[in-house]
Every structure is written in C-alpha cells, then in structure tokens.
Design a protein around this ligand. Structure first.
Ligand code: NAP
Length: 488
C-alpha cells in the first residue's frame, strides 16, 4: 500500500464493519491497524456457531459490495459461508499485514491530541482516529435464574457454542425464543431425544423459506463486481422499503407483514399450541424473527413448548413455577445479548478524562448514531440509534468507512484538527429521533432488546436515503464540528 497520509487509524473489531473500514482505508492509502480479539475475522459469524444458524437475511443482501456474488447456493448463508466471505475480502485486498488477531483492546484514552489504545497484554499504541467496529450483539446476556450453576449437565450460551457438544439423542432445553431460539429448535429437534423450548413471551415469525438461489440469479450477481454491486443496491432499496416502511408507517406494508406472520402461525394445527404461540404484542415491536421451519419443528413429536415460568434450575433439570421438573441433559441459553454495551467493558475516556461509560449509563446516544461529544475523532459502526432493520448494516458500514476517509483527508488538509459533534447537535438529534420514533412499531411498548434504559427504542426512524446521504455528506456538515478550524 502506498501511503498517502501521516494520520493513522485504529479499527477495533474484524467483523463486516471493521473489514469494510479496512478496505476503504487501504484503497485510500491511509495507514491503519485492525485489532481483533478472535483468532480470525468474521465478527458475529466467527463467534456464533450454534446448530441451525443461518443468516436470516437473503445472502445477496448480506455481503460486502466488493464481493457481491451469492456466497451460498441457498438463500440464507451459513455462519461458515459468511465468515469465509469476510476472509476472502481480507485476502483480495491484502489486508492481513494490517490485522492483529488475538488482540483484545481494553482501553482507549484521548490524550488531548491522539488516541492511546491499550491491548489486554498491556501494550499501548497511538492513533489519530479511532473506528469502533465492535458490534453490539456480542456480550452474552446470562439469565438470573436461581440454581443455574448447580445444573449437573451442560449449560451453554448460544454464542459460545462448542461444535464438539453432542445433542443427538439427548434431552435438550432451550431457554428463549428469539431469532436464535427458533433456529436452535428447528435444528435440534432433528436428532435430539427431546427438545423443550422455554418461552417467556411469544414472538411473531415471518415466513422466510431457505430455498436454493436459482443459477441465473447467481450468474447475474457474479457477472462483474460492478453489476453485482448495482443489483445489490437495488435489492437493499427494496428490503429497506419493506422493513423500514412497515416499521415507520402505519400502511400497507405493515398490514402485509402482519398478515404474513398470522398466516405463518396458522400452520400450527393444534389450537392449544397455536394459542400458546400467539403473541399479544403487535408484529414488528420486537426485532422480526424469520423462519420457515420453526412451526414445523415445534409440532414434532420430540418437541415441547413450556410456557410456565422458570422457578429454578436443579442438578437434574428445570423446575417451573407450578412445580414440574423438566429433566434435561443440556441447557442452551438463547437469552440474547447485552446489546447496549457496544464496545464496553472497554474503558473509553475522552476530553478531560470523560468516561464514556458514565456519559452513557444504560441509555447510550450518539450523534447520527456515530459520534459522541467529548470523544474527538472517534466514530462508531452500528452505534446507538444507527439503523438496525431499515438500512443494511453492511451498506451503512461501507458509507461510514468513506466518511472516515474524508475526515482523514480534512485532517490532512488542516481543515479540522479533530472531528466531534457539539453537545447541541446531539440534543437536536436526540429530540428529532425521539419524535420520529413515535408511532413506529418499535415504540409499541413490548419488552425487547431494542428498548434503551430511557425507554426509547435504540432505532433509527428515518429513511435509508436520508441515512446514507447524511453519511455521504459527512464531516463537511460544518455546524457539527466544534472549534476545530485550524489556526491560520
Ligand atoms: P433475543 O432476541 O434478545 O431473545 C432472547 C430470548 O430469551 C427472548 O425470548 C427472551 O424472552 C428470552 N429470555 C431472556 N431472559 C430470559 C429469562 N431469564 N427467562 C426466560 N426467557 C428469557 O436474543 P436472540 O434470539 O439471541 O437474538 C438477538 C438478536 O440477534 C436478534 O434480534 C437478531 O438481531 C440477531 N440474530 C440474528 C440472526 C440472523 O439470522 N441474522 C440469528 C440470531 C440472532 P422475552 O422476550 O420474554 O424477553
């Protein structure tokens, strides 16, 4: 790589976002180091390996645009296929020399002029710009259930699945029926002796069949990178219109998705089982669960749906509040993630030692979902109130990566000394987003990982067009940059 800048960028995290940032910087000739605590890149798809895991978003809409061919012969790619896709991008752009695997960052401190990044091994290195690409569905949420540690069999969180774990012929309990729980039940019921799903709140499920991608579609996508990327942009526009439209407008799209969920549920024949699986929340209040196989799986002879609350866990199994002991060999915790931690527990300190953990508490906000006042030259991928379902996170990552490239160019040119939003800009954004979220499906009052500690869904209520054009306008939006014009 021929270097075109004296600024250095630290990227923390080697998932789709971190690798997108690495590609953009490598193309621009801006020096960078990508730190990844795992032994390979891939992020979510490196860590999560539980049975039945496929990405529930069609593969053509779920890949970096520099490599837009359908990675999978099936519509829904496996975890290994998606990890392989990220690895292939690293190879194609010769990023490996810039990547430090098995390197966890425990602290990032703003010194007044740059960022001091500290590894778990105690090494400190300095960078001008910090790109936080740590993801947010990463730190497991373990349930507070009495006696969990006393269980005599195996307990595993879905995100820490070890492929040597045997479940064939076993009695397995799955706690949690979100996107993860339904995929697990679909897969485990194929060969376990018995699978008991402990459901606290029923969820609406959109039918998304995992069909083979026809050869002519695969050929279209792989004809050339440009053509594949163009097709992908069109598809992403459609997906955003459907999912974003349904969530933010009370119109046709919302009604159609609700109808699709109801029709899917009607595939459950036993009225008693169907009643137990019927949510009281409106569709779209929680993150949509997508599956074609779950309702079929839960009707198998070896499947049990347990809706009585869990009282405690004993050495032999799970006891419910009405006194029944469900004897099991393995307990799988599909209980989700501490999704509002973002990069925490990493210590992040900004101007004057300001601690991000204290600034955020349990209700994080970031201007435009990417920057926090008091933390100069730090951007976040998938930050609080960045779009979750209404814009592709991968498309967002590619646009935000170019935003960072433009910021570095402005630093190089002396147009700015650091990049930081004003506190007023964040307040304006907070008020606008809070008002925009009223009337969305996310704001319908259900329990969901979407909802922040302030009771406000951590979502983005505006259009894909607005989100991407705000990123594309980038740091040029002068009123968001405080006191950073370089002295003449
Ligand atoms: P989740 O959506 O947060 O669901 C957690 C489940 O665990 C819920 O059913 C919850 O019940 C239950 N639960 C939590 N604590 C419990 C307790 N103490 N006792 C009983 N039940 C408890 O987590 P997830 O299913 O892992 O999914 C998280 C997100 O990851 C998804 O929303 C999605 O964005 C992503 N994901 C994506 C894919 C994909 O294919 N792309 C696959 C999996 C996950 P309540 O509803 O009552 O709280």
């Amino acid at each position: 790589m021929t270097e075109t800048s004296e600024r250095r960028v630290a990227i923390i995290g080697g998932g789709f976002s971190g690798v997108a940032q690495a590609v953009a910087l490598a193309k621009a000739g801006i020096p960078f180091v990508l730190f990844e605590k795992g032994s390979s890149v891939g992020g979510t798809w490196f860590w999560n390996k539980y049975p039945g895991l496929t990405c529930d978003v069609p593969v053509m809409a779920y890949c970096l645009s520099y490599d837009p061919q359908a990675k999978s012969e099936m519509l829904l790619a496996t975890s290994d296929e998606l990890q392989g896709h990220v690895e292939a991008v690293v190879e194609r752009f010769d990023l490996a020399p810039h990547i430090r695997l098995n390197t966890e960052i425990v602290a990032a401190r703003w010194s007044g002029s740059d960022w001091a990044i500290e590894t778990a091994g105690g090494e400190v290195e300095r960078f001008d710009v910090l790109a936080q690409a740590t993801g947010f569905l990463h730190h497991p949420r373990f349930p507070q259930i009495a006696g969990l540690e006393s269980f005599a069999g195996t307990v595993v969180h879905s995100s820490q699945w070890d492929r040597s774990l045997q479940t064939a012929g076993m009695r397995v309990a799955v706690i949690g029926n979100g996107s993860t729980g339904v995929q697990l039940v679909s897969a485990l019921t194929e060969d376990a002796a018995e699978v008991s799903l402990f459901q606290r709140t029923p969820q609406w499920i959109l039918p998304v069949p995992n069909v083979a991608v026809p050869g002519w579609i695969r050929r279209h996508y792989s004809a050339s990178v440009e053509r594949g990327a163009k097709l992908q942009r069109r598809l992403l526009g459609m997906v955003a219109a459907v999912l974003g439209g349904a969530a933010t407008k009370n119109g046709m799209m919302r009604k159609s998705l609700a109808l699709a969920c109801r029709r899917n549920l009607a595939r459950v024949k036993d009225p008693e089982l169907r009643a137990k699986l019927t949510p009281t929340d409106p569709p779209g209040c929680k993150r949509p669960v997508m599956s074609w196989t779950f309702y079929e799986a839960i009707q198998r002879d070896n499947a049990r749906l347990v809706t009585d609350g869990i009282a405690e866990i004993e050495p032999g199994g799970i006891r419910t509040v009405e006194g029944t002991l469900h004897e099991v060999d393995v307990i799988v915790l599909a209980t989700g993630f501490q999704s509002h931690n973002y990069m925490r527990p990493m210590l992040v300190t900004g101007r004057g030692g300001l601690d991000l953990n204290t600034v955020w508490g349990d209700a994080p906000w970031a201007y435009n979902g990417i920057m926090v006042p008091g933390f100069p030259s730090m951007v976040m991928f998938m930050g609080p109130h960045a779009p979750l379902t209404n814009v592709s996170p991968i498309e967002s990552a590619e646009h935000l990566s170019e935003f960072v490239v433009r910021a570095v160019r402005m630093l190089d040119a002396g147009e700015i000394q650091t990049l930081e939003p004003t506190a007023e800009a964040l307040e304006r954004w907070r008020a606008e987003v809070t008002a925009g979220l009223k009337g969305t499906t996310w704001d319908a009052g259900c329990t969901s990982w979407y909802v922040g500690g302030d009771g406000i869904p951590v979502n983005y209520p505006f259009s894909r067009k607005r989100w991407l054009s705000d990123l594309d306008a980038g740091p040029k939006t002068a009123d968001l940059v405080v006191g950073v014009r370089a002295a003449a």
